[in-house]
Design a protein around this ligand. Structure first.
Ligand code: FAD
Length: 501
């Protein structure tokens, strides 16, 4: 155990790490090269992990879990990341930390009873499908729809880059429903769902799918949490996803450093082993210091998470620093091998490819910076969204916001202003507002009106986010999430209302 590990972990954690290492040495290390070729981890491996209880470390006992503390998950992620197959690590972790974590937190009792025991035992494994061909970082812009039809949802659309998407027995899919994004469980063999395994630069052992949904019919009981709350659920779960990516990046960097040191101790140039060259020694020292530094911070974030503190800022910082560092370590460690580093038979080549995904997946480095910037510059604070919401949050929808406009109307500012405004939302939803003689009249209309003075085109979700202070209006406007026909009139209109609270 390192000093840092000793500080945070107990003897039991240490024993768990040792037994997990033994298991990985026996069941994974000898086979991982074949899985890299197959572009898939065999189903049987998920069962073996399930039998060992690895998927239920922090899950409730009633579903077959062990209800342990988060440090067991930390150790699990670290050790699988040292197997030098980013694809294997991604596949085996996407199941518990992406798909199962949504089931655990947002799943109804019905869904948990039905799916969690199978997921924990490894009989079934899952995927999380958010990204679409035209919406990755911009999650709110997804287009896949789920329309209610009696007791069913009919899902149409497509997803891309979905880890385990081809092999998964169940997929948690982010869809657009009538009032925003919703998370819906779709079984892997659903009729109308087609899958294609994508060819990638790295992460070869995991299957990464392109999914097409053609009138896929699922019962409405497959909805996770509440309709329209999906965006918030995704944001909440990102906290764990980012932390796992940071831990994985650090553990694999540690592995790469040890691997390079081993080589440097054997390789000779100019009559001595290359670990004697000061320039290389300093590079190693610098990397070791940086890894230890970021790991110390990340362990602190793990403690916050384990203690149930909300740590989206800190997890985003960890993810940013750890994945960027991993790329630097991959680059510099490969350099230590000279030409051999470029050869497939040396493990560093795979690490070099696999590491590259860290700064892209689960929110790119640029998106991490955006989130951190909002918190440290704009004082935006992200709170934890509970699944049991206050009555006010529960009822919040576009009607509430629009119908609150007359109450928020600053009559005194409307002297001499006459204008007709049309709100144009998705699914042909229109509201018309007439301002005249310091009065405001609100009505719904059936179609687009050409005679209005100002048209505001946006989605209900964006508008709610702006009105409730979750999205900066300027940002929404600049990014094209809100389009207006006349900017001057829009500013005049905006000045006539108090904030929604
Ligand atoms: C191997 C692999 C596995 C994956 N697994 C999953 C999975 O299991 N489930 C899932 O849902 N998704 C998955 N993804 C998708 C991944 O999360 C997205 O690729 C990622 O979020 C980036 O989205 P994008 O690819 O659409 O890039 P884009 O969003 O198009 O971004 C392109 C570039 O623009 C930058 N950019 C975008 N917006 C901004 C901004 N506001 N400011 C500054 N820069 C910006 C980005 O940082 C990036 O550099 C996976 C991806 C890969 C490659």
């Amino acid at each position: 155990m390192t000093n840092l590990e000793q500080y945070y972990l107990t003897e039991e954690h240490h024993l768990f790490r040792n037994s997990l290492r033994d298991f990985l040495d026996k069941e994974v290390v000898p086979f991982v090269d074949q899985w890299e070729i197959d572009h898939q981890v065999p189903k049987e491996i998920f069962r073996k992990f399930g039998e060992m209880g690895y998927f239920g470390l922090t899950q409730e006992e009633k579903y077959g879990g062990s209800n342990l503390d988060f440090w067991y998950d930390v150790i699990f992620i670290e050790e699988v990341s040292k197997s030098n197959s980013g694809g294997f690590g991604a596949s085996i972790s996407a199941h518990p930390y992406l798909s199962m974590s949504h089931l655990k937190h947002e799943g109804s009792d019905f869904l948990k009873d039905k799916y969690l025991p199978k997921a924990i035992s490894g009989d079934w494994h899952g995927a999380l499908a958010i990204t679409e061909p035209h919406a990755g970082s911009d999650v709110a812009n997804i287009k896949t729809t789920a329309k209610k039809d009696g007791d069913f949802y009919i899902i149409n659309g497509s997803k891309c880059f979905i880890t385990n998407g081809v092999s998964a027995d169940y997929i948690i899919v982010a869809c657009k429903t009538a009032n925003g994004i919703s998370m819906i469980l779709v079984e892997g063999n659903a009729i109308g769902l087609s899958k294609n395994n994508l060819n990638k630069l790295g992460w070869k052992a995991s299957d990464t799918a392109e999914l097409a949904f053609d009138n896929v019919k699922v019962p409405i009981t497959n909805l996770l949490g509440e309709e329209g709350k999906g965006f918030y659920y995704i944001m909440q779960r990102f906290e764990l996803e980012r932390l796992t990516l940071a831990l994985g990046a650090l553990a694999s960097s540690e592995w790469a450093l040890q691997y390079a040191l081993q080589y440097m101790n054997e390789r000779k140039a100019f009559g001595k082993t290359i670990n004697k060259f000061q320039v290389l020694r300093h590079r190693i020292a610098q990397m070791a210091a940086e890894i230890e530094n970021v790991k110390t911070f990340t362990y602190h974030v793990c403690k916050m998470y384990n203690d149930k503190n909300y740590c989206v800022k800190e997890a985003s910082m960890s993810k940013l620093l750890a994945t960027e560092l991993s790329d630097k370590v991959a680059y510099q460690c490969l350099q230590m091998f000279g030409g051999y580093g470029y050869m497939e038979e040396y493990k560093i080549a795979r690490f070099f490819r696999d590491s590259r995904l860290g700064t892209i997946g689960g929110g790119s480095s640029e998106i991490m910076c955006e989130i951190i910037a909002k918190m440290v510059i704009d004082d935006v604070s992200y709170g934890r969204q509970t699944t049991v919401d206050s009555p006010k949050q529960k009822e919040l929808n576009i009607e509430d916001i629009i119908s609150s406009l007359p109450n928020r109307f600053k009559k005194e500012k409307a002297n001499g202003i006459e204008m007709t405004i049309l709100f144009e939302f998705e699914n042909d939803l229109y509201y018309q507002i007439e301002i005249k003689n310091q009065n405001i009249v609100l009505s719904t209309v059936d179609s687009r009106q050409s005679t209005v003075d100002l048209t505001i085109t946006t989605t209900t979700e964006t508008y709610i986010a702006v009105e409730t202070g979750k999205l900066n209006p300027q940002e929404a406007f600049m990014s094209g999430k809100i389009k207006v026909s006349d900017l001057g009139k829009m500013m005049q209109f905006g000045s006539l209302f108090k904030k929604y609270n």
